[in-house]
Design a protein around this ligand. Structure first.
Ligand code: SF4
Ligand code: SF4
Length: 403
């Protein structure tokens, strides 16, 4: 364990904390449990104590006792009960980049062996199988077989202008596989020249950051870059905000990258997606990695509003203030119950809008919210934005125009 896990700007910014505790007031983990030890405020306080106790001079001058192993282990438990939603960072009045610190802290605690051992699985699975679920990576594009009129090439072409980077959850999790199917159908309707990477797509590395395994990301980054290069593509499109965020922040800038909502907005604006009327009232949930973390708020809303017949109503907390669904930061794996309690709060807010459907732009949000809704038999549809557009697609065989 070492303070070297933190870049110098992170160490310096710790001192800027004014102890206002605003970050605790918006933390979904604190709101769901009432436990202040899960707050950013408390976490920073302990982190400063931990760092000072490691400095020989500081310890001598101020008699800072080292944390016991038990204290460190308890700290590790609380640090991983966080969805990395960025709500705390958004409200911090002194602008501390808390999300970066949380990721460095996880790495520090992994080095110190003070972390929930469940996260070991993430590193093992990605190292051995190249996906987070330890599935056969050769089956990464098997969802294509479930498409109506599945193309013979399995959507894997030698060369294409656009690569659709699917991500592990959409590739393997049955509840999420409707998302890549919907995206592929929209791209087919718009005649986009695109390909999948198939088994050459490896996990983007984002779950490794959340697992405190930043060192392992270099290999997956190098592999995925080479796989895209081989296709001769200039552009990569993601329906997964976490893959998108990972490529945006941690991969070399060699390709144009877009989240689906950005790319599809232009397709719709240019009249390339044939749409029929869809009389629906929906509300939109901003995925943390797309909204707060990548600042994409307008395009999803403009896209929804451009669908004929669809009415958008906002939740009480939206855009920068949007409440997390409970699915980020590997929390579902670490503490299922906490993840579900955060999802409950989210669903209650969505229901209060009176909308019949909550639309989002992330397979993990769909998964978390849908699991809660189905388990509790709640009358609310949960759809990814790809699925909403797919519903509005004019079937080439029915010949209907926009009403
Ligand atoms: S990132 Fe979200 S869950 Fe984690 S401490 Fe901040 S507000 Fe709480
Ligand atoms: S909001 Fe920022 S300044 Fe206030 S307690 Fe949290 S980290 Fe410190």
């Amino acid at each position: 364990m070492a303070n070297q896990d933190y870049p110098i700007n992170e160490i310096i910014s710790l001192e800027a904390c004014s102890s206002c505790s605003l970050c605790a007031d918006v933390c979904p983990a604190v709101l769901a449990t009432g436990d202040g030890k899960l707050s950013g405020f408390y976490r920073l306080h302990l982190l400063k104590k931990l760092q000072r106790s490691r400095s020989g001079l500081w310890a001598k001058l101020f008699k800072t006792a080292r944390m016991t192993e038990e204290e460190l282990a308890q700290f590790g438990e609380t640090v991983f009960k966080c969805t990395l939603c960025g709500n705390c960072q958004e409200v911090c009045p002194v602008g501390i980049r808390l999300n970066d610190i949380w990721v460095s802290l996880r790495q520090d605690l992994v080095h110190a062996s003070a972390y929930p051992k469940k996260v070991d699985m993430i590193g093992q699975n990605i190292a051995e199988s190249h996906n987070v679920f330890d599935e056969d990576n050769e089956e990464r594009a098997d969802w294509v077989d479930d498409m109506p009129d599945a193309p013979e090439d399995g959507l894997i072409r030698d060369q294409a202008e656009v690569v659709y980077f699917t991500g592990c959850v959409s590739a393997y999790f049955p509840m999420a596989q409707q998302i890549p199917i919907a995206l592929a159908r929209i791209f087919q309707a718009a005649e986009v020249d695109f390909t999948l990477l198939g088994e050459e797509e490896w996990c983007c590395g984002f779950p490794l950051l959340g697992a405190g395994l930043r060192e392992m990301t270099a290999e997956v980054i190098e592999h995925n870059m080479a796989a895209v290069r081989k296709k001769g593509a200039s552009t990569i499109v993601f329906a997964c905000p976490s893959c998108y965020q990972m490529w945006k922040e941690h991969y070399p800038r060699e390709f144009e990258i877009f989240h689906f909502t950005e790319y599809a907005y232009h397709l719709v604006q240019n009249g390339r997606v044939p749409l029929k009327k869809l009389p629906m009232t929906v509300t939109y949930h901003d995925p943390c990695d797309l909204g707060r973390n990548a600042k994409v708020y307008d395009k999803p809303r403009q896209l929804i509003r451009s669908l004929p017949g669809v009415k958008l109503v906002e939740m009480a907390r939206n855009r920068e203030k949007c409440a997390c669904c409970g699915g980020g930061g590997n929390l579902e794996m670490i503490d299922k119950e906490l993840s579900a309690t955060i999802a409950r709060d989210k669903i209650e807010e969505a229901l209060a809008t009176g909308a019949q459907t909550v639309v989002t732009a992330c397979q993990q949000c769909v998964r978390t919210m849908n699991t809660y809704v189905k388990r509790n038999k709640i009358q609310l549809d949960v759809l990814d934005i790809t699925q909403l557009i797919e519903r509005a697609l004019i079937d080439p065989d029915d010949g209907k125009g926009t009403e």
